[in-house]
Design a protein. Structure first.
Length: 160
């Protein structure tokens, strides 16, 4: 067999996207697995005076200071209940680590790349700027997060 051909399992692996499924509000989102360093429960987030509203604060993650970004605030959703700390996705960008705070974290989902559809036109422009596309699941849509945009880093990169 020639090296130009991939086996079916190799082809399937290359044509699949893996996402960490998360809930933010009532919406199911997928964060690309390769962009997530870890999943953790945020402990004692310290607020930062005069920080943008989406910056929940700073937290200590095994000795490193991490900026916590509240995904609900970024998406314009009402705040979580007072006692609900949510979960956090650890995301590394350059030498910095961010904690993207979401409501809950589910399982890893594998979806065929070919099934990724554009974001529907009627979606709120703010959400639209933070979603790469959608996958249709049996009972709902999986909105694929643009993690850099949710962290607010996409705007910084465009401005530079």
């Amino acid at each position: 067999m020639s090296d130009d051909y991939l086996t079916e399992s190799e082809l399937n692996a290359e044509d699949m996207n893996e996402y960490v499924s998360v809930r933010i509000g009532n919406q199911l989102f997928g964060a690309p697995v390769l962009e997530i360093r870890e999943v953790f429960t945020p402990q004692s987030v310290t607020s930062v005076p005069m920080a943008p509203a989406e910056v929940a604060g700073l937290l200590n993650l095994r000795g490193r200071i991490v900026t916590a970004i509240d995904a609900r605030r970024r998406l314009g959703l009402p705040p979580r209940d007072a006692g609900d700390k949510g979960m956090a996705l650890g995301v590394e960008r350059g030498s910095e680590i961010f904690g993207l705070i979401v409501d809950s974290v589910g399982e890893v989902l594998r979806r065929p790349s070919a099934e990724l559809e554009p974001v529907p036109a009627h979606v709120d422009p703010n959400w639209r700027s933070m979603v790469k596309g959608v996958h249709r699941l049996d009972k709902e849509l999986l909105a694929v997060l643009d993690v850099s945009a949710v962290l607010g880093l996409a705007d910084t990169a465009k401005a530079a």
